[in-house]
Write a protein that binds this ligand. Structure first.
Ligand code: A3P
Length: 325
């Protein structure tokens, strides 16, 4: 038997077990041995109980804003780097560890009723986020929002154009979604970001292999857009919150913005910024046709999955299924 100073010991260890270089953080309070060696000052109440996982461009920011209006719910502090999402479970931030993650949530009060939540819209289609989230937050509730994947792809393309992405400036949406294999890599990357998150059944299945169906709520993004108060009623039931907030009274449709916004005292509205709810031309007919075909099988799979989960089909999905007969 032989030992080494800590750094060399770690190097030796990872030489023998290279697969363990990628850590998986578990909830320290789930295992007594872990809890016993954890700092007395730390608490598992400082983790979120709800994750909004995306995907991007489905209305996640609106939902985040609406949830933040609820007295029982507390959102994360904005990311110090991006001033936005934490993006812990999907990428490199995960390697910064759980203390880093916890810093994004306030120190819990003594009431223990704190219900923290965060939204990071690229958790949904990440290969690793579901497994990692389930290891750390096995009891969490998960919300995903689905809109027609064709519209999601188009919204992402418009988002990239608005951010002056030269590839999105150079190629039309139709060019992007129909590009073959033999095209510049940057075009392929944009194509993937437009199309891959929309393979809803594949991604949802991944989350279902780590969370019980009763922990996952699938929202119709179209409904969130047109009847947000009704959607918020549904969410409050799903979360089992003590206080029920009447969103019918605190949200108002802003005709200028064309979306539902927070109603402030004095009748004014506070809407999301310019980057949410952009104005752009309708999608061209050929692209719509192409995407309908592209997503046909995946949408059928999604409908079977939702049926198994006992969740209603979003209106856009019912419409797409009618077209695929
Ligand atoms: P567009 O800007 O393409 O219309 P996310 O926040 O996940 O990035 O989603 C952005 C999308 O949310 C917007 O896409 C918009 O259609 C949709 N949305 C839904 N409800 C909204 C609201 N109340 N205010 C602004 N955008 C909303």
């Amino acid at each position: 038997l032989q030992t080494l100073p800590p750094v060399q010991l770690a190097q030796k260890y990872f030489q023998i077990f290279p697969e363990e270089r990628d850590p998986i953080w578990q909830d320290p309070c789930e295992d007594k041995r872990h809890k016993d060696i954890w700092s007395k000052e730390k608490t598992c109440d400082r983790f979120p109980k709800l994750l909004i996982i995306g995907p991007q461009k489905t209305g996640t920011t609106a939902l985040y804003l609406f949830l933040g209006m609820h007295p029982d719910l507390t959102s994360n502090y904005p990311s110090k780097e991006t001033f936005e999402e934490i993006q812990f479970f999907n990428g490199r931030n995960y390697h910064k560890g759980i203390d880093w993650y916890m810093e994004y949530f306030p120190l819990p009060s003594n009431t223990s009723s704190d219900f923290y939540f965060e939204k990071s819209a690229n958790y949904f289609d990440s290969e690793v986020a579901a497994r990692r989230a389930a290891a750390l937050l096995p009891k969490a509730k998960i919300i995903t929002i689905l809109i027609n994947p064709a519209d999601r792809a188009y919204s992402w393309y418009q988002h990239q154009r608005a951010h002056d992405d030269p590839v999105a400036q150079k190629y039309t949406f139709h060019d992007v979604i129909t590009a073959g294999y033999d095209v510049p890599i940057k075009l392929k990357v944009l194509q993937n970001r437009c199309l891959v998150p929309g393979l809803y059944a594949t991604h949802l299945q991944r989350w279902l292999s780590h969370y019980h169906p009763s922990q996952i709520l699938v929202l119709d993004g179209q409904m969130l857009r047109t009847e947000p108060a009704a959607v918020m009623d549904k969410i409050q039931k799903f979360l089992g919150l003590t206080n029920t907030l009447n969103y019918h009274k605190i949200l108002a449709f802003d005709p200028k913005k064309g979306f539902w916004c927070q109603l402030l005292d004095g009748g004014k509205t506070k809407c999301l910024g310019k980057s949410k709810g952009r104005k752009y031309p309708d999608m061209d007919v050929d692209s719509r046709r192409f995407l309908r075909e592209h997503y046909r099988e995946h949408n059928i799979e999604l409908s079977k999955l939702l049926y198994k989960m006992g969740q209603p089909l979003p209106s856009w999905l019912r419409e797409e299924l009618l077209h695929s007969r």
